[in-house]
Design a protein around this ligand. Structure first.
Ligand code: IPM
Ligand code: MN
Length: 361
């Protein structure tokens, strides 16, 4: 029987990106050997250094080339010598948009042994997922200035959503809740999808979201319990009662903000993974944390977020057993080895943490 081969584009990127990606790949390779599949990786040098060297942010052909792969494995984008916005918009957001990765999937899960700043909360309380819409809303870049640099300057940036965008995101979230919600995980009586919005102020955009949410829920997902939370209240409950949440769905900007809050409750940027998903196309997996320039090259950054991205990628590719094995190995390492999730305080180096997880598989 011939082994399945997955073609993976690897974008290590800037700062500590290459260091964490190396460990992510080490663990993926261990999983591949154990579970009998092959990874055919090809590296791309997109990032700040390439931009500073060549003046080109992303080659014209990049998105087309990425479409030839089964998945993209990304480290981090962001360089201290490049003005903020250029690389983020020119590489990260451009790939998300061009590849129509309309879902950003961000688990908020506290692993055993990991410190949370939430008092009296443990792994049984912090275990939910945010489905962030990933290509619309404020991120479409629609807007502009008039009378720039005068006293009367006006700046507008519009939150833009069409029904199609909202509907495909909601359907993904309902499907996700059905498959992976609390009941599906043996942790509750039913699977719940919570819409996070701001229907009391954003009475157009979140009205559209809310109507679509209930229409789709009534017609196609009667088995999924629906809830609605304003985004500001969501922030409160994420701190006070995270155990309430199961699967949350929200627009792009709110999703960006609440998932940083979520990340810190699960132990911080060293551990928080995410996936930019195009369910019908090529997806890209990237840690939520940035390029952490000050830790670059020191072999002290925490690679677990990248390693968990590898697990998410395998899950997405259908290698569920391998994905679960990685997650289990990560939990063993957080539960019994690492002193802290923070760079330089783990009690192990970046590469040692990668070794520990790889051995655990
Ligand atoms: C994230 C990041 C990006 C975003 C930035 C770097 C453009 O904050 O992935 O959450 O806002 O989506
Ligand atoms: Mn963010």
């Amino acid at each position: 029987m011939s082994e399945t081969t997955y073609k993976i584009a690897v974008i290590p990127g800037d700062g500590t990106g290459p260091e964490v990606v190396r460990e992510g790949l080490k663990v993926l390779q261990a999983a591949a050997e154990k579970f009998n599949f092959t990874l055919d990786t090809r590296e791309y040098d997109f990032g700040g250094d390439r931009y500073l060297r060549t003046g080109e942010v992303l080659p014209e052909t990049a998105a087309d080339e990425m479409r030839q792969f089964d998945s993209i494995f990304l480290g981090a984008i962001g360089h201290p010598d490049v003005k903020p916005g250029i690389l983020e918009k020119g590489i990260l957001l451009k790939l998300r948009f061009d590849l129509d990765q309309y879902i950003n999937l961000r688990p908020v899960k506290l692993y055993p042994g990991v410190d949370t700043p939430l008092k009296d909360k443990g792994p049984q309380d912090i275990d939910y997922i945010v489905v962030r819409e990933n290509t619309g809303g404020l991120y479409t870049g629609i807007g502009g200035f008039t009378m720039k640099h005068t006293e009367h300057e006006v700046a507008v940036q519009s939150m833009v959503y069409n029904r199609h965008q909202v509907e495909r995101c909601l359907r993904y979230a309902f499907d996700y809740a059905r498959k992976h919600g609390k009941k599906a995980r043996g942790k509750g009586e039913y699977n719940t999808l919570g819409l996070v919005g701001k229907t009391n102020v954003l009475t157009y955009v979140y009205d559209l979201w809310e109507r679509a949410f209930h229409e789709i829920g009534d017609s196609d997902y009667p088995d999924i319990q629906r809830e609605y939370y304003h985004v500001d209240a969501t922030c409160m409950w994420m701190v006070k009662s995270p155990e309430w949440f199961d699967v949350l769905v929200t627009g792009n900007m709110f999703g960006d903000i609440i998932t940083d809050l979520g990340a810190i409750t699960q132990g911080g940027m060293g551990i928080a993974a995410g996936g930019n998903i195009n369910p019908e196309g090529v997806s890209m997996f990237e840690p939520i944390g940035g390029s952490a320039p000050k830790y670059t090259g020191k072999n002290i950054i925490n690679p677990l977020a990248s390693i968990c991205c590898g697990a998410m990628m395998l899950e997405h590719l259908g290698e569920t057993a391998a994905a679960e094995a990685i997650e289990k190995a990560v939990m063993e390492v957080t539960g019994s080895k690492l002193k802290s999730m923070s760079a330089g305080k783990m009690g192990y180096s970046t590469s040692e943490v990668g070794d520990l997880v790889a051995e655990g598989i």
